[in-house]
Design a protein around this ligand. Structure first.
Ligand SMILES: C[S@@+](CC[C@H](N)C(=O)[O-])C[C@H]1O[C@@H](n2cnc3c(N)ncnc32)[C@H](O)[C@@H]1O
Length: 285
């Protein structure tokens, strides 16, 4: 991996954040990272490139597609990126049994009744700071307390955080997929860090290309609303139990819910944090 990244940062202004994120996915072929200001004041999008020229081309294309957009290109050394995370990612307890701990924390142990999940975020998504991840973790915590499933599929694993949580909560087999090579590399590091690399299997997979092989009693997909709708049939094909969906903007929730109801699911949870909504469907019966 490179130790210098070139970052295009965009402030949406009057443009729609979701539309911008979609543009990046299609035009730049990169998964954008949404960054929120810790104390309100809006959000912005960052996209990482390995080469300066790629970032510059993307920024020019952005100017044409979104006239007047406020954007910047900067370089960032891996070291600086880590400094950013050290300031923003703090330990936190989630649900009844989980505790998220940044890898640099001086006390890597969780409270006695909790499982420690050590995370080095690197360039991947998934520290538990974001509602979308927290919702999935809370659902894992709650539903596994009733019955630990024999296996789980984690679609869009990012930092690997949900797979690590599932393994720590006792799931004996977890399969995690992502279409982003950096996320897979970062997830591999985090699995080792948490000593769950024998339980969790990582694989490159693009969910738009079809369902991964196998069926699972528990599936998590924290991707994004439009993609969930597009791949609903692929996700449902893998699931014979609970399907946890996240990454859904509140205004998309009804459309996403309808897509999964149409596939024969029974909605059992709908929970929102204001901007975002998480859904759980039961595909057992
Ligand atoms: C919002 S992050 C979720 C990360 C982590 N699972 C969490 O809950 O924090 C979404 C992840 O989905 C991946 N992703 C996006 N589109 C995908 C696709 N078509 N197929 C597989 N993974 C995808 C991204 O690379 C990213 O790592």
């Amino acid at each position: 991996m490179t130790d210098t990244w070139y970052i295009v940062t965009v402030q949406p202004g009057s443009y729609d954040l979701d539309e911008l994120a979609d543009w990046f996915r299609k035009a730049a072929g990169h998964e954008p990272v949404e960054v929120s200001r810790p104390k309100g004041g809006g959000a912005w999008i960052e996209v990482y490139f390995e080469r300066d020229i790629e970032a510059q081309i993307c920024a020019r294309a952005l100017d044409l597609a979104f006239p007047g957009i406020v954007r910047a290109v900067r370089s960032c050394r891996e070291k600086d990126w880590q400094t950013f995370w050290r300031a923003h990612f703090k330990r936190r307890q989630v649900g009844a049994a989980l505790e998220l701990i940044p890898v640099w924390d001086e006390r890597p142990e969780a409270a006695p009744d909790r499982h420690a999940i050590l995370i080095d975020p690197g360039l991947s998504f998934g520290t538990g700071d974001h509602f979308t991840t927290r919702f999935c973790l809370e659902m894992l915590d709650e539903l596994f307390a009733r019955q630990v499933p024999e296996s789980m599929l984690d679609v869009g694993t990012g930092s690997g955080i949900l797979s690590i949580a599932a393994a720590k909560l006792g799931c004996p087999r977890v399969d995690a997929v992502d279409n982003d090579e950096y996320s897979l590399a970062q997830a591999a590091e985090n699995l080792k860090l948490n000593r769950v690399d024998t339980v969790v299997t990582l694989a490159p997979h693009d969910i738009t290309q079809g369902p991964p092989e196998g069926v699972y009693p528990f599936v998590c997909a924290n991707i994004y609303g439009k993609l969930l709708i597009r791949v609903a049939h692929h996700l449902v094909a893998t699931c014979r139990g609970y399907l946890v969906l996240s990454g859904i903007l509140q205004r998309e929730e009804e459309q996403v819910a309808q897509a999964f109801l149409a596939q024969g699911g029974r909605e059992i949870v709908r929970d929102g944090g204001g901007e975002w909504t998480g859904l759980v469907f039961d595909f057992k019966s």
